[in-house]
Design a protein around this ligand. Structure first.
Ligand code: ZN
Length: 537
């Protein structure tokens, strides 16, 4: 009898391990990472970071954002909800609030207080995030036994991945150089984070400055160090080395965001969280969300082809190696699952494109606003019919349109026709088109619709011509429906994933349902993505 019981347990234990779930899911978002950065820097990466994820994991090489605008807030929210702004409500980083004609920030919550600093930088929460996240479903499924934590330099990049029910989200406070949180999650920082903050690692990193990882002449994938496409924070010329001691003297802690060390600091706090919160050591699957924001700041300042950009990726590769090695050591090699993606891509610097005779240009939202006001004055005798322009959308003063008895549908259509006469504007659509029509998934109008929230979005959405942007003539930005902003890597690695790659068109909203199917839990409540798990069988 004893023998039989033992035997029974032996068999069932084997069964469990054969179908076992990961002990920990690690979500990694690299801010502003285009998929081509995998290829461009391939020969320069070590074997333990990006190369390891791709060599042993599954790389979706033709993965895209399926909505606009391609910004950080919507990006992080869509990755973890499997939904688009249409449902999850994060329609930009900031947006115009129609009901009271003010502007709000995606994770701002004035009802919450900062935890861990005297600054106001912790008055944040996911209250504007209308969909459940992977972490939320994990918490519900385990009756709170799963632990969910999130870390990033940017507040929105920590808050939106964490979701509503997380144990904690921690982000960098420019005012104190500490990682902080919000009363949404906790009353006090955990002890390990207090100790981490006391060490003031940010100061040490800033003191070290920024030198290239390898000799300058080896950066042949990139443009020469001094070129007219790049701007540099706190410096006249965008050239190495970057000595930030003067910034330190001014207590400008935020400068670390624009250095590769900002990613290393994020990695440090992520590893401290992993170890001290004992993630992956309980009976239920835990989750750690990490967003590396420095790549975005560097991209904005220096563009997509700078030595600085190459260097920030080569150094991130080292951070990833350290993270994966730590996960191996703590949890065992096949006991955790990682996904790596980006919140958006990044455009080539328009002036650089023009030097290659490729059409591109600079457009100013302020100038469009001026032109639209003139249009309204000439045709409707009123400049105040435009309430706001933001995130490539125009918000009209609906009350005024009604009180002056203008035909709204006709007015919107006339304005769209006018907008497309302006330089740099390719297409303009009224809300009736965005609300009521159906388009093929690759049609720009489908991307606009997926980004269009019927309650929150504006009256008219516009699309700039390819290569055009509202940005200074140094560095670059993102936000468009074009390939350079939508095409990002999606890589799965570890428990439940097999090695492979493909070129099928897949979307960012497929990550969340895939992870949930791996964990055999409910998919987030408004996901529109199909799980990718068939590729792993
Ligand atoms: Zn950005």
């Amino acid at each position: 009898m004893i023998f039989l019981v033992l035997n029974y347990f032996f068999v069932s234990a084997q069964k469990v391990s054969a179908t076992s779930k990961p002990k920990l899911v690690v979500g990694i978002v690299v801010d502003q990472m285009r998929n081509d950065y995998i290829y461009r820097y391939w020969n320069r990466y070590g074997n333990g970071g990006f190369k390891r994820l791709i060599a042993e994991g599954y790389h979706f090489k033709n993965a895209h954002y399926n909505y606009v605008p391609t910004y950080t807030g919507p990006g992080h929210c869509s990755i973890y909800t499997g939904a688009t702004p249409r449902a999850h409500g994060i329609i930009g980083n900031d947006w115009f609030v129609k009901t009271n004609a003010t502007t709000t920030y995606c994770v701002l919550d004035t009802n919450e207080q900062t935890v861990g600093s005297l600054s106001k930088n912790g008055k944040m929460s996911p209250k504007n995030q209308l969909s459940s996240t992977i972490g939320d479903e994990l918490k519900m499924n385990s009756n709170q036994r799963s632990k969910v934590f999130s870390v990033a330099l940017k507040d929105r990049s920590a808050v939106l991945p964490a979701g509503h029910a997380a144990n904690g989200a921690f982000w960098f406070d420019d005012a104190s150089a500490d990682f902080i949180s919000s009363t949404w999650y906790m009353k006090e920082l955990p002890n390990w984070l207090k100790l981490f903050n006391e060490k003031k690692f940010a100061k040490t990193y800033i003191e070290e400055g920024w030198h290239t990882l390898y000799p300058m002449e080896t950066y042949t994938n990139s443009l020469p160090d001094d070129n007219r496409y790049e701007g540099a924070p706190g410096k006249e010329k965008p050239v190495f080395p970057y000595d930030y001691k003067t910034q330190l003297a001014k207590n400008n802690w935020g400068i670390i965001k624009s250095m590769p060390a900002g990613n290393s600091l994020t990695n440090d706090v992520a590893i401290a969280c992993l170890l001290n919160e004992n993630l992956g050591k309980g009976d239920e699957t835990d989750m750690l969300c990490i967003s590396f924001s420095s790549t975005d700041y560097v991209g904005h300042y220096f563009g997509t082809r700078a030595i600085e950009t190459e260097d920030v990726y080569l150094r991130l590769d080292k951070d990833l190696e350290e993270l994966l090695n730590t996960l191996d050591k703590e949890l065992g090699k096949n006991n955790y699952t990682v996904f790596l993606t980006a919140d958006h891509g990044g455009a080539d610097v328009p002036n650089h494109l023009l030097d290659y005779k490729i059409p591109a240009g600079y457009i100013k939202e302020k100038q469009i606003v001026k032109e639209v006001r003139n249009f309204f004055k000439t045709n409707y005798g009123d400049t105040l019919l435009l309430a706001n322009m933001s995130n490539e959308q125009l918000f009209l003063n609906e009350q005024k349109i009604e009180s002056l008895k203008f035909n709204k549908v006709e007015l919107e259509e006339r304005l769209c026709a006018f907008l497309t006469t302006l330089p740099g504007i390719a297409e303009a659509y009224p809300s009736s088109v965005l609300k009521n029509m159906a388009y093929d998934k690759n049609d720009f109008r489908a991307l606009l619709q997926n980004g269009y929230n019927h309650k929150l979005s504006g009256n008219i959405a516009i699309i700039y011509q390819p290569g055009w942007m509202d940005h200074s003539n140094k560095g670059t930005t993102h936000g468009a429906a074009y390939n350079y902003d939508t095409h990002v890597p999606i890589i799965f690695y570890g428990n439940g994933v097999k090695k492979g790659e493909n070129f099928n068109y897949v979307t960012i909203t497929q990550i969340a349902p895939t992870i949930c199917e791996l964990l055999r839990i409910n998919q987030p409540n408004s996901t529109v993505g199909e799980p990718l798990n068939n590729y792993f069988k």
